[in-house]
Ligand binder design. Structure first.
Ligand SMILES: N[C@@H](CCC(=O)N[C@@H](CS)C(=O)NCC(=O)O)C(=O)O
Length: 211
């Protein structure tokens, strides 16, 4: 029994898309941040700090989106991961690079272009966007090169790194983040978006990332 808790956040999209790719049977609960549903005592038993996404598998609470994706791949047939330590390290290296570098700066676009308006009625800070754009200009060419070598980020088939990156890069549809200069990333993005897992995931977020 797998229960996934999410909301309007890219971290939930990573997890839902991975579950869909793996063909897992799950129940989905969407928590409304504006109503504070993620801070209710029941949910704090699943995530002690009241953050989403999180999940319960056979009664065990698990959180941190990348960890959740990896866990789901491990309890499945490992098709999206690797049973070999070196293969797993190569996938984790891409997952970590995306999270600690690319994702760290794409998050600035989410915060400045979406969250500031929705929660604080503030305009984006151009200096913060400029800084994020500068770091992404240095980092995205590496992702572009990975996609020169393979159709997906780690090999010619999908791994957990792809939905994890896709959910973040999806920001370009809702913010001023632009992927047009990166031809391979654009083609990979379209390939990911055409997968049935994307349509199934977005049924849970009918308005996408709009808050
Ligand atoms: N590193 C965590 C991030 C979790 C997180 O910060 N979630 C945000 C939404 S993207 C949240 O729940 N924020 C509400 C809060 O912290 O009160 C992950 O990857 O799952």
């Amino acid at each position: 029994m797998l229960k996934i808790y999410g909301g309007k956040t890219y971290n939930a999209v990573k997890v839902l898309m991975t579950a869909e790719e793996l063909g897992l049977d799950y129940d989905y609960v969407s928590l409304d941040f504006k109503k504070g549903e993620h801070k209710m005592p029941e949910f704090l038993k699943v995530h002690p700090l009241g953050k989403v996404p999180a999940m319960e598998h056979n009664g065990h609470p698990i959180f941190e989106s990348n960890n959740m994706c990896r866990y789901m791949a491990n309890i499945s047939d490992k098709r999206l991961y690797s049973a070999d330590p070196l293969g797993a390290a190569k996938i984790d290296q891409t997952v970590d690079f995306i999270g600690y570098h690319i994702g760290r700066w794409i998050t600035v676009y989410f915060v400045q272009d979406i969250v500031m308006k929705a929660f604080y009625d503030k305009d984006p800070d151009p200096a913060a966007i400029k800084e994020a754009a500068g770091f992404l200009e240095a980092q995205l060419p590496y992702i572009e090169r990975l996609l020169e070598e393979n159709d997906f980020l780690c090999r010619d088939d999908i791994t957990i790194a792809d939905p994890i990156a896709f959910a973040l890069i999806m920001a370009h549809e809702y913010t001023s983040f632009d992927i047009k200069p990166y031809n391979n990333i654009c083609k990979w993005y379209d390939r990911m978006k055409a997968r049935p897992s994307y349509a199934a995931t977005m049924k849970h977020l009918p308005e996408g990332y709009k808050l």
